[in-house]
Design a protein around this ligand. Structure first.
Ligand SMILES: Cc1ncc(COP(=O)(O)O)c(C=O)c1O
Length: 294
C-alpha cells in the first residue's frame, strides 16, 4: 500500500502531498515538529511529544489549529491508515502561507502534516560495537539566540555539524558551546558514565530536552544510578568509563571513541547495555494504543 500523508484533515499520496511555496516553514524554517516512534502498534510517549510540540509552538508564538486531543486522534488515524505496527511518525506544524516578508502575523493559518512511515534504523553493528564521534567546529546555537528547547523546523545549526562529521568520515558530531562545554550531538543527547555516576549536559547549555533523555534519567534513577545534569567538557568524555547517545530514532547507542581516542575500554560498557535493555522493555509499556485489538 502506498504511503498516505495527512495534511489538514485529508490524506494524500506521496506524490500529491504538497504545501504552498509561500508557507513560511518552507521560506524560513518557521515551524515546529516532532519525531515519534511506534512500537508494537502503540505510539510511544505520545503525550510528552505533544506537550513538547505545544511548548515549542508557544515559544515561537505559533498557533496550531488543533488541540492536543485532535492531534492525538489525527496521529492515530495516520498510523492506522498506513498500517504501521513499528515505525516513525513525523508531525510538522507550519506557520502557514504569508507574504515574502518575515512577518508571521501575516500568515493566518498554519498546516498540520503527519507522515507515518517505517523507520530506517542505524545498523545493528553500532548497537553491538558502538560508534565513533568527532567534535565539530560548529558550535551549538546560544540559547539566547535560538533556544534548542524549541524543536523548530530550522535545523541548519545541526545540519552544519552533521556535514562536518560526515566530511571526516563520522556519522555523528559532538557539539560544544562557546565556552567549550559539551552540549549534545547533531540529532541526539549525550550521557557519560564515570564511577557509577551518570552525567548529561543541562538543557540551559543549549541541548534539546530529549524525550529519550528524560526516559533514561527515569530508568537510571530507578536502577540506582544517580543522574547529574551539569556542565562538563571533552576532558570528562576522554576520561569517562562509558558514553552513550539517546534519541527517538537512535534509542540508546553506545559511543566508543571521540576524536580518534578510545573511551573507557573502547567497547560498549555494562551500564549502557543495561540501560538499552531497560529502555527496550519500556518501549512496550508507555504507548498510546492505536489498534483496538492491541
Ligand atoms: C538536536 C537533538 N538533540 C536531541 C534529540 C533527541 O531527542 P528525543 O529523544 O526527543 O528524540 C534530537 C532528536 O530529535 C535532536 O534533534
Amino acid at each position: 500500500m502506498s504511503l498516505q500523508i495527512y495534511i489538514d484533515g485529508n490524506f494524500y499520496s506521496r506524490e500529491d502531498a504538497k504545501i504552498s511555496v509561500f508557507d513560511h516553514t518552507f521560506l524560513y524554517g518557521d515551524g515546529v515538529f516532532e519525531g515519534v516512534r511506534v512500537y508494537e502498534g502503540c505510539i510511544f510517549r505520545l503525550q510528552q511529544h505533544l506537550e513538547r510540540l505545544l511548548d515549542s509552538a508557544r515559544y515561537i508564538m505559533l498557533e496550531i489549529p488543533m488541540d492536543i486531543h485532535e492531534l492525538t486522534a489525527a496521529m492515530v488515524e495516520a498510523v492506522r491508515k498506513n498500517d504501521i505496527r513499528n515505525g516513525y511518525i513525523r508531525l510538522v506544524c507550519t506557520r502557514g502561507v504569508g507574504t515574502l516578508g518575515l512577518a508571521p502575523w501575516l500568515c493566518p493559518k498554519g498546516s498540520v502534516i503527519i507522515i507515518a512511515d517505517s523507520i530506517k534504523l542505524y545498523p545493528e553493528e553500532y548497537y553491538e560495537n558502538g560508534l565513533a564521534l568527532i567534535t565539530v567546529p560548529t558550535q551549538r546555537n546560544r540559547v539566547e539566540a535560538l533556544n534548542a528547547r524549541v524543536k523548530s523546523c530550522n535545523y541548519l545549526n545541526n545540519i552544519l555539524a552533521k556535514i562536518e562529521a560526515h566530511n571526516s568520515g563520522h556519522i555523528e558530531a559532538l557539539m560544544l558551546d562557546q565556552n567549550g562545554y559539551v552540549v549534545e550531538c547533531s540529532g541526539d543527547n549525550i550521557f557519560l558514565v564515570k564511577k557509577g555516576e551518570i552525567l548529561t549536559p543541562p538543557t540551559y547549555l543549549g541541548a534539546l530536552e530529549g524525550i529519550t533523555r528524560n526516559i533514561v534519567i527515569e530508568l537510571a534513577t530507578k536502577g540506582n544510578f544517580p543522574v547529574k545534569q551539569e556542565p562538563f567538557t571533552r576532558f570528562d568524555i576522554f576520561t569517562a568509563d562509558e558514553v552513550f547517545l539517546t534519541g527517538t530514532a537512535a534509542e540508546i547507542i553506545p559511543v566508543i571513541e571521540l576524536d580518534k581516542r578510545p573511551i573507557g575500554e573502547g567497547k560498549p560498557g555494562p551500564v549502557t547495555r543495561s540501560l538499552i535493555t531497560a529502555f527496550r522493555e519500556r518501549t512496550l509499556i508507555d504507548g498510546h494504543q492505536v489498534y483496538p485489538d492491541g
